[in-house]
Ligand binder design. Structure first.
Ligand code: CA
Length: 220
């Protein structure tokens, strides 16, 4: 088999970060603090965060939605990339991890840009739709419980304006999506969503093998 992607040795990964990562000190501190938590692997990689911030700027994002906030790294990265009137609605259910998030948002001076909604995200998204917020968002990041990904995606698509972007995290799920012996609920849900998006005519699509796999879905 030919090599279709460059092989990323640890040395090359370090090089990539050395020559491209521009992580503000406040984000580095947040990442280091989160690394000590039991669920540390839920934090996105810094180069992924920087990529998402670039994407948000490319689509001219002002209204953003995040589904799954954890300790707030991605929301903070996005908030710093938004214009002064940019706003993020961040959905999560964990008061403890999001208390860390709030502290760092405050410290970075962007707390007023981020509205945290501590409730199951499906309820928050339905409330936004009921409030007439359909087609008012520019950018959505989906990174919460995998079994609900399809429900998040469908609601996100309605909340997004045409030309807006949905970024979906963990779509390669450590490689398990390609191993058909894996039949756990998370893997099955991700595999089904990947297959569905492949033929979904409502979006333009790219699946990037960056970090744990990121899907970009641009609403047509
Ligand atoms: Ca994730």
């Amino acid at each position: 088999m030919t090599t279709r992607h460059i092989e990323l040795s640890e040395k090359l990964c370090d090089y990539v970060l050395d020559v491209s990562l521009r992580e503000p000190p406040v984000l580095r501190r947040l990442r280091q603090q989160t690394a000590h938590l039991p669920m540390a692997s839920m934090q996105i990689a810094p180069d992924q965060g920087q990529f998402m911030a670039l994407l948000a700027r490319l689509v001219g994002a002002r209204r953003c939605l995040e589904i799954g906030t954890f300790t707030g790294y991605s929301a903070l990265m996005l908030a710093l990339a938004l214009p002064p009137d940019g706003r993020i609605i961040a959905c999560d259910i964990d008061p403890e991890t999001t208390a860390i998030a709030r502290r760092y948002w405050q410290e970075a001076g962007v707390a007023d840009k981020i509205e945290l909604r501590l409730a199951p995200a499906l309820g928050t998204l339905d409330a936004l739709l009921a409030d007439g917020r359909a087609e008012t968002f520019d950018f959505v990041f989906i990174d919460a419980d995998k079994e609900n990904y399809d429900h998040y995606y469908e609601r996100a698509l309605r909340l997004l304006r045409p030309g807006g972007l949905i970024v979906i995290d963990n779509v390669l799920w450590g490689g398990w999506v390609a191993d058909l012996r894996r039949k756990d609920a998370d893997t099955v849900a991700l595999r089904a969503l990947n297959a569905k998006l492949h033929r979904d005519e409502r979006i333009d699509l790219a699946l990037l093998p960056l970090a744990d796999g990121i899907t970009l879905a641009r609403k047509r």
